[in-house]
Design a protein around this ligand. Structure first.
Ligand SMILES: [Mn+2]
Length: 383
């Protein structure tokens, strides 16, 4: 087992590297990472760049303290109050008819583009503070991998969760396949910068930075793979007809994923069997059967309208909202019983304009919320 011993080394014996007098202040590079040692002393670690070298800054902290998450590009730094997470995300959340639901799919480390989308739609203000009142935001997973600012995005979501709660609103983060990959040690899709972070922090691998004695690692392991928010099933990949055939409930799906992400090799046999299915091409984190027939790739057949009806009946839901599979614009499938939300965050080559979309559900109506701030009903008329 890696884990306790290595984490102890990481959070106890890391030497603080003092910078020699220098004109320029160190620039943020990665972090903070917050974890505790076996004596429950919490430490925050930042990696900073100065005069071409990367140094580690470390600070003893306590739950309840506020620490800085550094600025990125034009986005300001923000303070986050440290809290431990023990309460599990619910399988089902009420959505009052007057509350808007803002659905954000895979952000993949594209912090500036994702925050632009949130700012333009007044989910957050220019200082990155919650400004959506009693509204509800759900992130459909895949915050990790590909881009280079996943740490900041996770801290932002963690912070907004608390601020939304204070305001009578709500933020939920659903787990995607890239959350599961990172937490289980698959480093293939990490932006190369994140391969350097564990080395600089004297940790044996990137997943150690998100272990069960880290603040965000514990927080991520309270999250759900599938949530029903109001009448909507919210998840990363999709619900396959096989889930209904196996009679899997939200509770079984979420408990199995959580247990597997805590200790995959310690799962009892029946649960290990479910975990293997869930982490496969017919499982909720990976399924792409709403989009194409995947049988030639060893995946599932394309879901039929009858399949979708069967799934909606099994979970008593109006529609299924998914990320994971890229679409050029948010698209209603199966007569709006499935909505594909994943417009990959990127910049238009010529103009540099941010391209990303979220799904806004207002009084049961679907809108595309674009990164430039415009809203467009899913049935096509501009508003
Ligand atoms: Mn994905």
């Amino acid at each position: 087992m890696i884990g306790a011993a290595n984490m102890t080394r990481m959070f106890c014996t890391l030497a603080l590297v003092w910078s020699i007098a220098s004109a320029a202040a160190p620039a943020a590079w990665d972090g903070p990472y917050v974890g505790h040692d076996p004596a429950n002393q919490w430490t925050a670690l930042w990696i900073e760049s100065e005069s071409g070298s990367l140094d580690v800054r470390r600070q003893k902290v306590s739950l309840g303290d506020e620490i800085d998450v550094p600025s990125v590009g034009s986005r300001p730094s923000f303070k986050v109050r440290l809290r431990d997470s023990t309460e599990l995300a619910p399988d089902i959340v009420e959505l009052p008819p007057s509350s808007d639901l803002f659905v954000v799919a895979d952000t993949h480390g594209e912090y500036e583009i994702a925050t632009e989308l949130l700012i333009r739609h007044r989910i957050i203000d220019d200082e990155l503070a919650w400004s959506f009142g009693k509204g509800h935001v759900v992130f459909l997973g895949d915050v990790f991998d590909r881009g280079q600012h996943q740490t900041e995005l996770l801290w932002l979501i963690y912070k907004l969760e608390a601020e939304a709660h204070q305001a009578g609103g709500r933020v939920d983060l659903i787990l995607g396949n890239h959350e599961s990959m990172v937490l289980l040690g698959d480093e293939r899709y990490l932006h190369p910068k994140y391969l350097r972070s564990p080395r600089l922090l004297n940790a044996p691998g990137y997943k150690t930075l998100w272990g069960t004695n880290t603040l965000l690692g514990r927080w991520l392991r309270t999250k759900a793979a599938v949530m029903k928010i109001g009448d909507y099933l919210c998840l990363h990949g999709g619900l396959s007809p096989e889930i209904v055939d196996r009679k899997l409930t939200l509770q079984t799906l979420n408990t199995t994923v959580r247990d597997g992400l805590k200790a995959r090799h310690a799962l009892p046999q029946a649960e290990a069997h479910n975990f293997t299915f869930i982490m496969g091409p017919n499982g909720p984190l990976w399924y792409r059967g709403y989009f194409a027939d995947m049988r030639q790739q060893g995946g599932p057949a394309q879901a039929t309208s009858e399949d979708i009806q069967k799934i909606r009946t099994h979970f008593d839901a109006r529609a299924i909202l998914v990320g994971h599979t890229r679409v050029p614009t948010i698209t209603a499938l199966y007569g709006d019983k499935v909505v594909a939300v994943q417009v990959y965050p990127h910049r238009e080559e010529a103009s540099g304009e941010a391209i990303m979309e979220a799904l806004l559900i207002k009084s049961g109506k679907f809108f595309r919320a674009k990164a430039n701030g415009s809203l467009e009903p899913l049935d096509g008329k501009a508003e």
